[in-house]
Design a protein around this ligand. Structure first.
Ligand SMILES: [Zn+2]
Length: 544
């Protein structure tokens, strides 16, 4: 016989078996008892909290010919039929397709009477994944549903559902399932399966599944299939790709002592072991929060934990606050990046560097190392990327040419006068980085549409180039006018100027040139590069 997962085996088949969601169940049962059944429902809430299970139970209960206090009787003709074979209960997973065809089909068939049951039920799972046109089609159907049709829309992201759709539905909010409810359910399953687990492991499963019963049961399933006599907490963490508290402490120790080699080694190991970096960030954030609480209160935690926290109490709190912002940013970038390893490495380097109070030469060396990582990524880029790089370089020359062609003294004076305005954004959340960077530059050549900035240091030019689009928007904000911008180092500028003067002497005429078009961007690498730019931005600026 094939193996049936515990989740499927213990999935509730009637309201009585549902864990948690008492309010939802009560209202649905009452609507059946009082025969006040709506035609469109929306079930929203976190994953694994029973939305689809309850939708299926409701679908059967409204069709039960002899309902028992609103629940299914399990005996009548409609109840005994296998739900998976029931042609009047239609399940659509919007996540696996954008649903236009399915919704159109619903629109065409919805008027037809059900074949076997009283009501034809449409359950649309992950409904937020529907495309706009599918939503529009759905809306048409929801506007005048026939009396025999019931729609149940389930979603984890209610904010993505058009208000016009929500307003036509009865809305039910599914809550996370409480730890004690999950623990009780896991204990029940264990006894049914004739298995045992230590209480601390059951509690840990409940805690880790964060209110999602499905996740909890699936994790239990995996743990049982390890076939270990004694399951330890570490086994659980290994299974879910997380690290246990001792590892979190170790990692933080290395970060706060500025031990870059060890931090990178650990990060690489975690990556190879397939650990979940988002979760690692979260755990570090929790630990930092606890350290800050410990530093400012007495007897808040138990003694054993406090002894561990004590080790970090001598460290400047502002460094932890900074680190917690970096963790937050890392977590955000992890979700957007296709190269989690390099993004994690760079952030952890940055965090460790912040705690590294050693002499400057060492720090410079470390920044060099970090820069090499960035270069490695860029060099790993594909052919398309290389062409892009060449075009960028060529375009830079073209913009410099256009600046020289357009150069106008009065425009430069006017531009420079207003340039002080960038200082007003020094503390602005969105623009502080650009404001800081530009304040180190001089608008050297100004024309009607082009501006050339000079910087003392080359890395500022690199940073400028990586943020050109943002800088152009920022400049537009200040001058209320679009400029194409370019930057060069003082050294480069000396060469450009010398050549320009010679050219003019020799009667060489400068002409306006069109910029070269970029080939279609490779999304993957652009995303990665963007995150690197974002990470490196401020660090470099602060270096000077
Ligand atoms: Zn029945």
């Amino acid at each position: 016989m094939s193996y049936i997962s515990l989740y499927r085996k213990y999935r509730p088949h009637k309201f009585k078996e549902v864990v948690g969601q008492e309010v939802v169940v009560k209202i649905l049962k009452n609507s059946i008892i009082n025969n006040k059944i709506g035609h469109a429902y929306i079930f929203s809430g976190p994953r694994g909290t029973g939305k689809t299970s309850i939708a299926k139970i409701f679908a059967r209960a409204v069709n039960c010919l002899d309902n028992q206090d609103g629940d299914i009787c399990e005996k009548c003709a409609n109840c005994t039929n296998d739900i998976d074979d029931e042609i009047d209960i239609i399940e659509i997973d919007a996540a696996s397709n954008n649903g236009v065809d399915e919704i159109r089909e619903i629109r065409n068939n919805v008027k037809m009477m059900p074949s076997n049951l009283k009501y034809r039920i449409y359950i649309i799972d992950e409904v937020h994944m529907l495309s706009t046109s599918a939503f529009n089609a759905l809306l048409k159907t929801l506007e005048e549903p026939p009396s025999h049709a019931i729609f149940i829309l389930a979603t984890t992201e209610i904010n993505k559902i058009p208000a016009t759709v929500i307003s036509r539905c009865q809305k039910f909010d599914f809550k996370k399932i409480s730890e004690s409810d999950i623990i009780n359910r896991l204990k029940y399953i264990l006894s049914e399966e004739n298995k045992t687990l230590e209480d601390n492991i059951i509690k840990l499963i409940a805690k880790l599944s964060d209110g999602g019963l499905r996740d909890a049961i699936n994790l239990l399933d995996q743990i049982l299939s390890l076939n270990k006599d004694v399951v330890e907490e570490k086994d659980v963490y290994d299974l879910i790709g997380e690290i246990d508290l001792n590892n979190v402490f170790d990692l933080l120790k290395y970060i706060t002592s500025g031990n870059i080699k060890e931090v990178i080694k650990i990060i690489n190991n975690y990556y190879d072991e397939g650990k979940n970096f988002s979760k690692i960030c979260e755990k570090l954030e929790y630990l930092i929060k606890d350290i800050l609480i410990y530093n400012n209160t007495d007897n808040y935690f138990d003694k054993e934990y406090e002894n561990k926290l004590f080790e970090f109490s001598k460290i400047d709190s502002t460094l932890f606050i900074k680190m917690s912002q970096d963790l937050f940013d890392l977590n955000y970038d992890l979700k957007r990046s296709n190269n989690q390893k390099i993004v994690s490495e760079i952030y952890f380097l940055k965090m460790t560097l912040n705690f590294n109070t050693g002499d400057k030469t060492e720090e410079k060396e470390l920044i060099k190392e970090t820069t090499e990582i960035v270069n490695k990524t860029v060099n790993n880029s594909n052919e398309n990327e290389k062409i892009e790089q060449e075009i960028l370089l060529e375009n830079k020359k073209i913009i410099v040419n256009n600046c020289l062609y357009e150069a106008n003294k009065q425009l430069k004076i006017d531009f420079t006068k207003q340039f002080e305005k960038i200082k007003e954004y020094e503390t602005d959340k969105k623009y502080n980085m650009l404001s800081n960077l530009l304040s180190k530059s001089i608008p050297e050549v100004v024309g009607n549409n082009n501006v050339l900035f000079t910087f003392k240091n080359n890395f500022e030019v690199v940073l400028f180039e990586k943020n050109t689009e943002k800088i152009e928007k920022f400049i537009e904000l200040i001058y209320n006018k679009k400029y194409t911008v370019v930057s060069v180092s003082n050294e480069e500028w000396n060469e450009i100027r010398t050549k320009y003067i010679n050219d003019i002497k020799n009667g060489v005429k400068y002409e306006y040139m069109e910029l070269k078009k970029m080939p279609r961007k490779n999304k993957k690498n652009t995303e990665l590069e963007n995150s690197i730019k974002d990470i490196f931005g401020e660090e470099y600026i602060k270096e000077d």
